[in-house]
Design a protein around this ligand. Sequence first.
Ligand code: NAD
Length: 489
Amino acid sequence: MENKKNASEDHQWLYSPSLESTSHIEIKDKYELFINNEWIAPTSNKYFDTINPADEKVLSKIAWANAQDVDKAVKAARKAYDEVWSKISAGDRSKYIFRLARMMQEKARELAVIETLDAGKPIRESRDIDVPLACNHFFYYAGWADKLDYAFPNQKTESLGVVGQIIPWNFPLMMAAWKIAPALAAGNTVVLKPAETTSLTALKLAEIIKEAGIPPGVINIITGHGDTGEALVKHPDINKIAFTGSTQVGKAIQKALVGTGKRSTLELGGKSANIIFDDAPIDQAVEGIVNGIFFNQGHVCCAGSRLYVQENIAEKLVEKLKHRMKSLILGNPLDKNTDIGAINSREQLQTIEKYIQIGIQEGSEIFQCEGALPANGFYCKPTIFTNVSQSSVLSQEEIFGPVLTIQTFRTIDEVIQKANNSPYGLAAGVWTDKGSKIFNLTSKLKAGVVWANTYNKFDPASPFGGYKESGFGREGGMHGLGAYLKIIK
Ligand code: NAD
């Protein structure tokens, strides 16, 4: 640690840079489509750049799949389903998934660094959260593949067939694992489309799939923009669409699927409430708030973006929160000291900045730490707004950035009403010393996940999903397995 004080904050110490090495990673100049365990050029011969949001430099060129390419991928998945994956024993399926998990683990460092470069998230998060959780998801579902009779006792299960999967950019590798692992364990084959700004770890996973000897066509990875996803949704030979992304696109997908007989699960946006009672351990709660909204630059569907604080502790808590925010380190995501990395894209940064302006215009009070942002790249300071009204745009709409609204409450009934007053219902947090309050709230909050005295904790064994405009269907646990099966009573 450098014995040097930051000019603006007398309590803060600057750390010497501790950059993660990039010498052990390999990123190709250009990536093709991964179909049938082969790298295939896109029919249109179109490619797009993927950039490092921390410095705006191009990392690689990515193939842009059109409807013809989607058709090739679906045909490969159908052939693999009919001739291989639905024929081999469940034990063999399990071994393949297990092998994939092991090989991902062996390449964990490379995956973590590539994720940080492509997505802008701090290396500490890619290394300690994204990649281990992605591996654990494969391990967990490898265990279920040959135990479906135990997961659903006295019921018969059948796989669905070919599944189309579309994922967002906030947890690229983890979202790929959440989609692929249960689908394979249940006996389906897949065509996965990563988000256009973060294709690299999915393509690295494709290399591992080939190396692991997963039979050709079982997992196909096609890259592209929204039109590629749309072609996948519309393909007639898909049995299910599993989508994670914005509510707006989720609604369009649901409309496109009406009457087709295709199954669907939609994991959509959120505007989750984090509720702090006056008997909560206040310092832990402050850490929980910071983790809830500033983790991954607020690019978390279940981010605790609406804070409700009991009135009698509000002043003290906000003061402590501001103090904690001043010690957050914003900067190069590859630096192991960094708490806040880069916003994933210029478009997303502009969206966040638009909402910050709306908050100011609405008359809310803004607080951001002092200090300059890096000259290049897309960065946003952690931001809090106080004096926010319940009906304001800021407290109703998903921002998907490091922006927190703070409101106060007096009674439990009031905070339940306020927390549920949202079109979304993905997650919530409750901080209190009293177990009875926790049980009371968890049954009354309309949120798929409710954390008590913690926030943003994930485990492959526990189901995750939303209410209302946050979507339907669950991922993780046995629920996530059931979403990829026909269950015949
Ligand atoms: P997005 O909806 O813009 O894109 C998601 C994916 O859908 C991308 O791969 C994109 O290329 C594709 N897509 C875009 N238009 C499409 C169309 N018309 N048809 C088919 N596919 C299409 O979302 P995003 O900006 O990448 O991600 C952010 C959103 O994802 C936020 O709203 C966030 O809350 C949500 N999210 C939800 C969860 C959850 O589990 N509920 C998890 C992560 C992210």
